[in-house]
Design a protein around this ligand. Structure first.
Ligand code: ACO
Length: 431
């Protein structure tokens, strides 16, 4: 087939270059702009990367206008209905759904790696008693670099795979450790007889003195949150993971960079911010005042949990989790609780209000995950940590995909310089 191109012309000089199109299997094609600089001495400029594809990827597909999300081609709705988080993690990493034997083996490997070195546990004691669990997470995950010197050989695919297993397996242990530290409770070691989610819940809520009773409603709600958050193509934290990893630093440092990026309220920190906002609103009668603030351009207040960079339709994850959220509030009979009442009324108003409708600002997945986690009695400061746990699968899959590229190179964006042109240094006395 003839190579497809578009022509870019510099109208100042009349010079032009042919730019090849980069084919996709579904959705928008890309334009390979590498010739722009060589041929025209021009750089592409796209703040916020609104129109820039930073890589080729076969992992996750999103169509924000149609409200589609697929992992390896499988619609998120089907995975949320039928799958488990470990099965989804396998799918993201391996590219195919596991058969029963593969899944058993994967479970076994992950279970084998859930313990952390005792030395890692000592790190927790160094944090202030009220440290935010996300601060602890980015510290302890980065610190794993010091415990696995064999992980440094990122050029070796087998070594990368071992790191992938370790990260997916140890993340719940580390996260539960942060929670225990926050609460001043003793650290609970993993129990290999339990499933991934059950084990995490037990390590978080269990106490040495009393047997922990697993609540299936909680497990299912958590499993759904984990599946929905497992990957989301080239968002801020995943792009951070790819950029950090592109320097060939070890995967623990790489994932720690992703955790840092995820923490921000415009990204994964939104689920925690939703709860702070709901508390700040306090009562249904105060909602109009906050809606007015969200619309006011002179006020930095935004409705947390509303809007998305890519979805200009209802986020498909939000549609799924909305149902789980409503079911859970009914199951627990807490729809009348002032906090949840405020949330549901806010959702109703925002879905009808012209400002939000015109800007296609729908409630996003974090709006509902925040409400669910609160309904499950989890401390607000843990919400983004739970997002970290789920997204680790996607980050690792994206990192593995990038590292396996034959022409993998360090990421190094350029800039349009707008500073001073060359000038001479003036001695201090002359300034
Ligand atoms: N509340 C009020 N107004 C909003 C909101 C909001 N939550 N989000 C966007 N807007 C407005 C903007 O003011 C802007 O209005 P204008 O066109 O009149 O200037 C318009 O909608 C477009 O907003 P942008 O900032 O250009 O949208 P962008 O795509 O850059 O931002 C983002 C997306 C960051 C998610 C934004 O909607 C936001 O801040 N939402 C709240 C935080 C949040 O929930 N983040 C979670 C994202 S999902 C995730 O990470 C899993």
């Amino acid at each position: 087939m003839e190579k497809q191109t578009i022509t870019a012309t510099d109208n100042r000089t009349g010079k032009n270059v042919e730019l090849p199109l980069v084919a996709s299997s579904h959705g928008a094609f890309g334009i390979d702009v590498r010739e722009l600089y060589k041929g025209l001495d021009l750089l592409s400029f796209d703040p916020g990367f609104m129109s820039t594809a930073s890589c080729r990827s076969a992992i996750t597909y999103i169509d924000g206008d149609a409200g589609l999300l697929w992992y390896r081609g499988y619609p998120i709705e089907q995975l949320a209905d039928h799958s488990s988080f470990l099965e989804v993690s396998y799918l993201l990493l391996a590219g195919e759904l596991p058969n029963a034997a593969h899944l058993d083996r994967f479970r076994e490997i992950i279970t084998h790696h859930t313990m952390v070195h005792e030395g890692v546990l000592k790190f927790y004691q160094g944090f202030r008693h009220d440290a935010h669990p996300m601060a602890i997470m980015l510290g302890v995950v980065g610190a794993l670099s010091a415990f696995y010197p064999d992980a440094m050989d990122v050029a070796d695919p087998a070594c990368r795979m071992t790191s992938a297993y370790r990260l997916i397996a140890k993340m719940p242990t580390l996260a539960a450790g942060a929670y225990k530290y926050l609460r001043g409770e003793p650290f609970i070691y993993p129990d290999d007889s339990l499933g991934y989610i059950e084990n995490f819940l037990r390590m978080m809520f269990g106490l040495p003195a009393t047997p922990y009773k697993i609540n299936p409603v909680m497990v299912r709600a958590m499993e759904t949150i984990f599946i929905l958050h497992a990957d989301h193509e080239q968002n801020a934290s995943t792009s951070t993971v790819r950029l950090a990893g592109s320097s060939r630093v070890n995967p623990f440092a790489t994932i720690s960079a992703g955790i840092s990026s995820l923490w921000g309220p415009a990204h994964g920190g939104a689920n925690e911010a939703v709860l702070h906002m709901l508390k700040q609103i306090g009562d249904v009668k105060n909602i109009p005042q906050f809606i007015a603030r969200a619309k006011d351009k002179n006020d930095s207040f935004r409705l947390m949990g509303f809007g998305h960079r890519v979805y200009k339709q209802y986020d498909p994850r939000a549609r799924i989790i909305r149902k789980s959220c409503y079911d859970l509030l009914d199951d627990l009979d807490i729809r009348g609780n002032p906090l949840f009442k405020t949330a549901l009324e806010l959702e109703r108003i925002a879905l009808e209000d012209e400002y939000f409708v015109n800007r296609q600002l729908y409630p996003n997945v974090d709006f509902y995950s925040g409400i669910i986690l609160k309904a499950l009695g989890i401390d607000t400061s843990m919400f983004t940590v739970i997002f970290v746990l789920a997204r680790t699968a996607g980050w690792i899959a994206q990192w593995m995909e990038m590292m396996a590229e034959p022409d993998q190179r360090i990421g190094r964006p350029r800039q349009i310089y707008v500073g001073q042109t060359q000038r001479d240094y003036l001695p201090l006395a002359e300034r």
